[in-house]
Design a binder for this molecule. Structure first.
Ligand SMILES: [Zn+2]
Ligand SMILES: [Zn+2]
Length: 307
């Protein structure tokens, strides 16, 4: 089966957009050239009906991101254009950044449970890192004369490897820490009552499942720590709910393929995403093909909205 859909595309309206030419019209043109049939915009959104947005998400409301709709050209050159979103799931507080009411405005919704680079928002620091943060804050107040607020805002966004020199005791067990967090956050997301409401009207796929954003170097090791039984249990839950999993450009390796094979065996459906933030990255969607071939996927394995 050929990959003919990309439903994880960010444009210039995203905070992390890196390309001012990444307009809806330019994407449509580029995907038409590439022969891609379905293009799904999925900018980062925190629905302002839900309290608790981080400062990074503050501006990225539904209204702001839906400005893309009138920017989509009338003639889409044979490409079906969908407007969805990539919201947030903060596993540490079990907070989902999208309401069922808000999701009704979307053709589809991607939910990541693995934006672990958003420290102390999505995932809590391991204890030695939390201690290092406190230690550094105290130093900045004492030695540099910062106020508590200044020191806090300086220290809060730091993460590995920047915090590492300030550790007062060693911490090497990232794979196990990440594995435990990702299992728990996937599990609690599947049980989330708002997700169940969203699913009544809007299809949902999990963006980059079990891929720890910002900690990519630990992916293979952490996947190796999660048993077949655990994956089977989690993916059965997803399959029963009709929640899909995203296959992306990082999936063509034995560790990810093992995980995705278990998902397929449990009846999960899939979506494809390049996660591109620029027009030049659009062709990355073709890097999804080897994993699709290795898994032997057919149309039946796809979520309906990407068929
Ligand atoms: Zn993401
Ligand atoms: Zn993304």
């Amino acid at each position: 089966m050929k990959v003919l859909a990309d439903v994880h595309v960010h444009n210039f309206l995203s905070n992390c957009g890196r390309d001012n030419t990444s307009t809806a019209a330019n994407y449509v043109k580029r995907y038409a050239e590439l022969g891609i049939k379905i293009l799904g915009f999925a900018n980062h959104i925190w629905d302002d009906r839900v309290p608790g947005a981080s400062s990074w998400y503050h501006k990225q409301t539904l209204d702001f991101s839906m400005q893309i709709k009138p920017m989509i050209p009338k003639d889409t050159l044979g490409v079906k254009v969908l407007v969805g979103a990539e919201t947030e799931y903060c596993g540490m507080s079990k907070t989902l950044g999208m309401s069922a009411e808000g999701a009704k405005e979307l053709d589809f919704l991607l939910i990541p449970h693995s934006h672990v680079h958003m420290v102390n928002f999505v995932m809590e620091d391991p204890a030695p890192y939390a201690e290092a943060r406190l230690w550094l804050k105290a130093q900045l107040m004492q030695i540099n004369g910062m106020t508590e607020e200044q020191a806090e805002s300086w220290v809060a966004p730091l993460r590995e490897p920047l915090l590492r020199p300030f550790l007062q005791r060693p911490f090497e067990d990232w794979p196990a820490y990440l594995a435990d967090f990702l299992v728990e956050s996937f599990d609690s997301l599947m049980d989330h009552p708002e997700l169940h409401k969203i699913l009544q009207a809007t299809p949902v796929s999990i963006a980059h499942p079990f891929q720890p954003v910002g900690y990519w170097q630990h992916t293979e090791a952490l996947l190796g720590l999660i048993s077949d039984e655990t994956f089977a249990r989690l993916f059965k839950k997803a399959a029963d709910l009709g929640v899909g999993l995203e296959i992306n450009t990082h999936c063509n390796n034995p560790a990810m393929l093992r995980m995705l094979t278990i998902a397929k065996d449990q009846g999960c459906k899939f979506t494809f995403g390049s996660d591109t933030h620029s027009i030049s990255g659009a062709e990355n969607i073709f890097n999804v093909q080897p994993a699709v071939d290795a898994l032997g996927l057919t149309e039946d394995d796809l979520m309906d909205f990407i068929k």
